[in-house]
Each structure stands twice: as C-alpha cells, then as structure tokens.
Design a protein around this ligand. Structure first.
Ligand code: SF4
Length: 295
C-alpha cells in the first residue's frame, strides 16, 4: 500500500446546493482500481499519476478529526467523487469506516458515492449517523446488464449486486438511489435498458435516479476510453468521432426523447429524478428523525 502526504482532508464546497446538498467534500484515497473504462478522473487536469493504483492518505483520520472539531457547521460531507472509498484496500485498512465513526461522533451528515457492496459492512454506522443528521447513498449503475457492467466497470461488483446492496440499505432506512451517470452513447443508451434499470431501481427500494444522459470526453481520459472501445466495441469509436468531434459534453443521440422515457418511467415507480427534490427529501427525512429524537 502506497501512502501520500495530506495537509487537509475536508474541502468546503461551493456547488453543494446544486449537487446533493453537500457542504464539504473529502477523499480518503487517491486513485481507483475499479478500472471503469470511462472514468473522468483520468483527465490531465487532475494530475493523478498511475490512477489505477490506490494510495492512502497519511494520518487522514487524525487530520479529519481536527478539522471536524473546528467546523462550525455540522454539514453533510461528500465522500467518493474522485475515487471509490470502498475499494478493495478499504476492507483491511478501514479508513472509511474510521471516518464514519468520526462523522457520527461529531454529528455530521454524509453523502457517499460508490459502486461497491462493501458499504454494507458499515450499515451500523450509517444508521447511527442517520439518527443525528442526513445520510444519502448514491450507487452508480450504468446498465442493468451484468455482462456489460463487467466490461465497462471490470473490477467492481456487477449491477445486480449493487441493486441487492441498495435493497439492503433501503430496508435499513437509509435514503439510497442511483447515479445513472455516465450514459455511454451507442452502448448503454438503449431505451429498453433504461426502462429496465428504472424498474429494477423501484423494485429494490431506490428513492431516486439522477442522470445527465451523456458523458464527458477529454485528453487522456478520452484516449483511454477510445482504446477500450477499439478492444471491446469494434467500430463504435468511429461513431463517436463522427458524431461528437472534439466535444467535451457528449449527450446521447435522441437525448430529449430518452430523457422523457426515463422521467415517465421514474414517475410510474414514484422515483425522484430532480436534484432539488432529492435534496429536499433526504434532508426532510432527517428533520423527521430529529423531531422523533427530541420527542
Ligand atoms: S469507480 Fe469512479 S473513480 Fe473508480 S474507476 Fe470507476 S468512475 Fe473512476
């Protein structure tokens, strides 16, 4: 296990009101070994060498505790935007578990992004935090098909396992849903697959699905992705070049029609999809908890 030095762990975020209502962000690890073929964290602007090798941050729990003590606002802390905090090393290292203990101790809330069912290990702590502040868990699921998930997200559990994890969290009262991001043009943008994923989400207790119906492509990340397209989806790279050229934001073809299909399906199953509604609901649930504990 490699370590890197860290001076700070928590970062105050400016965009929280638009993005899941988070107040702070943190990454306990650098790099990610899930190897998703589309991963944006491979972009040059992040300057992460050997991105596929996970590195821990030295003294991260000690630094985090000092920072939590001094923060006036007991806000929601986002974990897992540039790496998956439930990587295989976490199983032994328990950095994330240690951080959740501190988040609970100091009564902060938490917003976790993951693709791994290792999060189920920490249900006890998530419930504890949920009793004091807000908890939201976002599972990224890009396809309902396990065989396709194995190709595009090769080193993490397949979609059906993630759906089972969603069910387990929902059954334990955790506000949990799906990030259907990215949607890969010409690969995961099939109407039937989108309908099926929404159906499975509803069946397994997901409260929301958020998607922007597209992907981003730039520099090293784009080169990596195009190499994988050549290997696994022969001929598809040419479609990207023809359709998107050098565009960074690449919405799927038929974006409007597909988004309508998606929202109609979500409405059918009572699943939220607007960011404002998602934030309002998970924070409201917490308010109810506060009222109950006061009573
Ligand atoms: S889980 Fe997230 S950070 Fe890790 S490789 Fe996949 S997209 Fe990148």
């Amino acid at each position: 296990m490699e370590y890197i030095k860290a001076k700070t762990i928590l970062t105050k975020v400016k965009y929280g009101n638009e993005w899941y209502g988070i107040d702070y962000n943190m990454n306990l690890y650098r790099g990610c070994c899930h190897n998703c073929i589309y991963c944006d964290s491979r972009s040059d602007c992040y300057h992460i060498n050997n991105f596929d090798v996970v590195k821990g941050k030295e003294n991260s729990l000690h630094i985090l505790e000092q920072e939590l003590i001094t923060k006036r606002k007991k806000g929601v802390i986002g974990i897992g935007s540039m790496s998956d905090t439930y990587n295989p090393i976490e199983k032994e290292l328990e950095q994330t578990r240690g951080a959740l203990k501190l988040i609970s101790k100091y009564s902060f809330g938490v917003s976790i992004d993951t693709k791994s069912d290792l999060i189920l290990r920490d249900i006890d702590l998530l419930k504890e935090i949920n009793d004091k502040n807000s908890v939201i868990v976002k599972f990224t699921i890009t396809t309902p098909k396990d065989d396709l998930a194995k190709v595009i997200e090769p080193n993490v559990c397949v979609s059906s396992k993630r759906l089972q994890a969603i069910k387990a969290l929902a059954d334990n009262g955790i506000f949990v849903g799906i990030m259907m991001n990215p949607v890969l043009p010409f690969i995961t943008d099939k109407e039937d697959d989108i309908r099926e994923l929404v159906r499975l989400a509803g069946e397994n207790g997901a409260r929301f699905i958020h998607t922007y119906m597209g992907m981003t492509l730039r520099d090293s990340q784009k080169n990596y992705y195009y190499d994988k397209l050549d290997k696994y989806f022969v001929g598809v790279k040419d479609k990207y070049i023809k359709y998107y050229g050098n565009r960074y934001n690449c919405l799927v073809p038929n974006y409007k029609r597909l988004y309508k299909v998606f929202t109609d399906e979500c409405n059918k199953y009572g699943i939220l999809y607007n960011m404002k509604d998602i934030i309002r609901e998970y924070k409201k649930e917490n308010k109810n908890n506060e009222q109950i504990s006061l009573f």
